[in-house]
Design a protein around this ligand. Structure first.
Ligand SMILES: C[S@@+](CC[C@H](N)C(=O)[O-])C[C@H]1O[C@@H](n2cnc3c(N)ncnc32)[C@H](O)[C@@H]1O
Length: 234
């Protein structure tokens, strides 16, 4: 890939909704000025610079890959992403490690007023379009038979044992980890690596035998830590 992703039509809108920091300062100012509704439904539809967003998104996902790459081993084959957004990180993982299987649990709608931040057990914010996601992954070199997309609101979730679970700025960042705890117990082995962003890293010492902070995000809405966990305590 050429330091940018190929974007299907209209992908720039959901990328900016998923990652507000990728919008230009002017667009962010418009959001403050006009409010979240106008921002989500009008400004992001008509005023985005596709090329710039594609480059910025590529750079952001390459930086994210850098935070996790040392923890991914060559034998890791089955990857689960919870709330991946359109899937730029997975496209970069695929560029670096060939022939992995990617499973995605996402949602297929865009909230009317996108809100960034912690909702606790409230779990009803979404900004994705699963058809767009499939197109994005395919045109950015992931083979269709490597891609398995599940709609959180409609599908039975996949029940295989994953090697790596990744959830950046989604699980325990927007909604409580407990939303997924039983499911994750079912689909993990003791050595499955579960990587996510949280503002309460210490809490997870009660949930997992192994918890390690691998990076700290100071620029996001909440000051959060990225943690890698394995081996549920019970
Ligand atoms: C802030 S975005 C982060 C996207 C991506 N991980 C990134 O770092 O760019 C949060 C994502 O979580 C998704 N989401 C919200 N609730 C979810 C749920 N219960 N299960 C899976 N994904 C969810 C949203 O649709 C959105 O794409």
């Amino acid at each position: 890939m050429d330091n940018k992703f190929l974007l299907p039509k209209k992908a720039e809108r959901i990328i900016v909704l998923q990652r507000i920091e990728l919008a230009s300062p002017l667009i962010k100012r418009l959001r403050k000025l006009f409010g979240r509704y106008i921002f989500s439904n009008f400004i992001t539809k008509f005023f985005l610079d596709r090329k710039k967003i594609s480059q910025n998104y590529y750079r952001a996902m390459s930086d994210e890959y850098f935070t996790i790459k040392d923890f991914i081993k060559n034998e890791d084959t089955f990857f689960l992403s919870i709330g991946s957004g359109i899937g730029g990180l997975e496209a970069i993982i695929n560029d670096n490690l060939k022939d992995r299987s990617f499973y995605f649990i996402e949602r297929d709608y865009i909230s009317k007023k996108v809100k960034y931040g912690w909702g606790g057990m409230v779990n009803n914010e979404a900004y994705n379009d699963l058809e767009l996601q499939m197109n994005f992954l395919k045109i950015n070199n992931i083979d269709e038979n490597q891609i398995n997309i599940y709609d959180y609101d409609k599908d039975d979730l996949p029940e295989i044992k994953f090697d790596v679970v990744i959830s950046l700025f989604s699980l325990d960042y927007h909604y409580d980890f407990n939303v997924y705890i039983d499911y994750l117990k079912k689909v993990s082995k003791p050595e499955t690596k579960i990587i996510f962003d949280t503002i309460r890293a210490d809490y997870f010492n009660k949930i997992f035998k192994n918890v390690k902070i691998i990076s700290t995000n100071l620029n996001t809405v909440h000051k959060s830590n990225r943690i890698i966990c394995s081996n549920f305590i019970n």
